[in-house]
Design a protein around this ligand. Structure first.
Ligand code: TPP
Ligand code: NAG
Ligand code: NAG
Length: 644
């Protein structure tokens, strides 16, 4: 295969990482277990690391060895090969054991392990995708299984390939609701290519996990969620080999009863050792003891190669074959335009897939489902899991993923979205029902924080289209834009304002209303752009001209267009948005013009928790309708007249 590091490093005292007891293989039908010479080196190198969560690594050493050198089929020299079995370390703080295994495969150099958590090393404290063998970042507990579900769904239904997906979870982590959202998803979709290994080591960080070592309770829970659940001694290599070889018709949960700190006598099954490095003398003696247990038989293990049945996928240049076909005078809600655009994109690109959380006839992702039922994944009312499944579907560039729900419900998946950025994910999210303009359903259904939320994510692009044409362009641009994309859509029907041949770009605003003698620049988006246009007509009758700008993307914001136009209106800007004040369009504009002298930004936004009512009533009450804009324009003009 390829060169292995010749030189092995001696164990270093303060750093005992994980005690990979042995690397074993069941070669004969009688499951003879060979303990191989090379595990010595694995142990040694692993021991070099160790300042980080040694006891959490110790409980899964056998599990990891069996998975990576007995069960999984993959090409260790090519960790992202599409045919490879996938592995997700949901208990991401056990990263050192993952790195030790990849060193044992030869992919990582053993001396690189010494650089664990150093600023210039790829071996960060928790798994991140700058490591080729990591598909999704973990470390925020409870998220690995949802991503694993997305990968398994993709393997079974989209790729129709034989690769399998393995996910290792901690027992403390099993208190996260998102884990059980994923459990329900996996059984509903019969993901028989998915295996979860539950490391029941009894202890969490500051307390035992609630079910302690009651493995039968875990088994009943898993079975209740529709999984095949098997209890094993997680330190028995032979048992692990056996259960992992069984044929499957359901998702499989391996409930591995283990001991936290296994192999470190003073720390075994004891509280107070989570995340702690071992003292030097303790580490030395443990390492010595381990080395004594190695049976040298000069045998090297190589993982079996995968079946070559996941066809190559190209996600380059996902285009609409034709321009939008709206007519001026048409009225459409941007949420509906989203569904139409997505269905159209799917017509010409086989790898476009859509997810929704039981809101498809509100977000209009239903239009995609109607046309492409095999590429639609109903995620039901489990938004955290939906985002994780989306991330899983998008890894290794297998799919262009669009997931939709009400904008406001993404807030409960914010940790998953934050992790999507760390995972370098390219998922696209569409949030409908933004703002008070949804009307009667009331504040629980109104997205009023979503711009703040998505703007704060470093890899995010935030689209806020205002008509059917720009929505279709936003969908097409999202499909081709790296990082997270968020498309904010609205419920009310509004006029088509753009010509179908209008060109749109990320970070390029449109001046939608202008004369040679404008006094104020008004920036609105979605429904408030239409209110601004109505205000412009109204003010024209009073011989006050205003300029109206549609930012199209709130992030990145087109500062140049905003500044150039606002200069023409003597720095007078009014922003108006169907969002709370904090973190929305107004604040984005303020930070864009922060260096301009003589600029004055007046902001209109929703300042309190709103209520039910008709959309136009709520826009009026919360001060973001055409009248509020005309008043603000007059006020800005009179105060600047007074200032003279
Ligand atoms: C969402 C989240 N909450 C809290 C933490 C902090 N934390 C890291 S490890 C840990 C204990 C994990 O226990 P368990 O899942 O049993 O794993 P073990 O280390 O015992 O294998 C905690 C609370 C975290 N990383 N993520
Ligand atoms: C969605 O469909 C259901 C079932 O047909 C219907 O009862 C409901 O009113 C629809 N919702 C919307 C927002 O159209
Ligand atoms: C404002 O000026 C500072 C200092 O020159 C610069 O670093 C920053 O990028 C500018 N900000 C904007 C939004 O232009």
């Amino acid at each position: 295969m390829y060169e292995r590091e010749k030189e092995r490093h001696p164990p270093n005292a303060f750093t005992l990482l994980c005690v990979c007891v042995c690397v074993c293989v069941c070669e004969t039908e009688r499951h003879t277990v060979y303990v191989l010479t090379d595990c010595l080196t694995l142990i040694k190198s692993a021991c070099l690391l160790s300042v980080f969560h040694p006891t959490s690594c110790c409980s899964v050493a056998e599990v990891m060895s069996v998975l990576f050198f007995h069960t999984m089929k993959y090409r260790p020299e090519d960790p992202r090969n599409p045919n490879n079995d996938r592995f997700i370390l949901s208990k991401g703080h056990a990263a050192p054991v993952l790195y030790a295994v990849w060193a044992e495969t030869g992919y990582l150099k053993e001396n690189e392990l010494l650089n664990l958590r150093k600023v210039d090393s790829i071996l960060e404290g928790h798994p991140v995708p700058k490591q080729q063998f990591v598909d999704v970042a973990t470390g925020s507990l409870g998220q690995g299984l949802g991503a694993a579900c997305g990968m398994a769904y993709t393997g079974k239904y989209f790729d129709k390939a034989s690769y399998r997906v393995f996910c290792l979870l901690g027992d403390g982590e099993l208190s996260e609701g998102s884990v059980w959202e994923a459990m329900a998803f996996a059984s509903y979709y019969q993901l028989d290519n998915l295996v979860a290994i539950l490391d029941i080591n009894r202890l969490g960080q500051s307390d035992p996990a609630p079910l302690q070592h009651h493995v039968e309770k875990y088994q009943r829970r898993c079975e209740a969620f529709g999984w095949h659940a098997i209890i094993v001694d997680g330190h028995s290599v032979e048992e692990l080999c056996k259960v992992l070889s069984q044929p499957r018709h359901q998702p499989l949960a391996i409930i591995a009863k283990t001991i936290k700190g296994k192999g470190i006598p003073a720390a075994e099954d004891k509280m107070g050792w989570h995340g702690k490095p071992l003292p030097k003398d303790m580490a030395d003696s443990v390492i010595k003891e381990l080395q004594g247990r190695i049976i040298s038989c000069n045998k090297r293990l190589y993982p079996a190669p995968p079946n070559e049945d996941a066809s190559p996928v190209s996600l380059r240049n996902i285009r609409m074959p034709s321009a939008p076909s709206y007519k001026s005078g048409d009225k459409i809600a941007t949420r509906k335009a989203y569904g139409m655009a997505l269905a159209k994109l799917g017509r010409y690109n086989d790898h476009v897939v859509a997810l929704d959380g039981d809101t498809k006839n509100s977000t209009f992702s239903e239009l995609f489902k109607n046309e492409h039922p095999n590429r639609y994944v109903e995620c039901y009312i489990a938004e955290q899991n939906m985002v994780s499944v989306a991330i899983g579907c998008a890894v290794r560039d297998r799919n262009v993923v669009f997931a939709s729900t009400f904008a406001t419900f993404f807030s409960r998946a914010y940790d998953q979205l934050r992790m999507a950025a760390i995972s370098e994910s390219n998922i696209n999210l569409c949030g409908s029902h933004c703002g008070v303009s949804i009307g009667e359903d009331g504040p629980s259904q109104m997205g009023l924080e979503d711009l703040a939320m998505f703007r704060a994510i470093p890899t995010a692009t935030v689209f806020y289209p205002s008509d059917g044409v720009s929505t279709e362009k936003a969908v097409e641009l999202s499909a081709n834009t790296k990082g997270l994309c968020f498309i904010r859509t609205s419920r009310p029907e509004n006029n088509i304002i753009y010509n179908c041949n209008e060109d749109f770009h990320v970070g390029q605003a449109k001046v939608v209303y202008k004369t040679n003698d404008d006094h104020v620049t008004v920036i609105g988006a979605g429904v408030t752009l239409h209110e601004a246009l109505a205000a412009a007509e109204q003010l024209k009758k009073e011989r006050i001209n205003i300029r109206v700008i549609d930012p199209f993307t709130i992030k990145p914001l087109d500062s140049k267009t905003i500044i150039d136009n606002a200069r023409a209106t003597r720095g007078r800007i009014i922003t108006v948005e169907d969002h709370y004040y904090e973190g929305g369009l107004g604040e984005a504009v303020c930070s864009a013009v922060v260096n301009e002298t003589g600029f004055n930004v007046h902001r209109l936004a929703v300042s309190q928790v709103p209520r039910s009512g008709k959309p136009h009533e709520l826009l009026r009450i919360f001060g973001i309708d055409r009248d509020a804009i005309t008043q603000a324009v007059r006020k800005v003009l009179s105060s600047s007249a007074n200032a003279k």
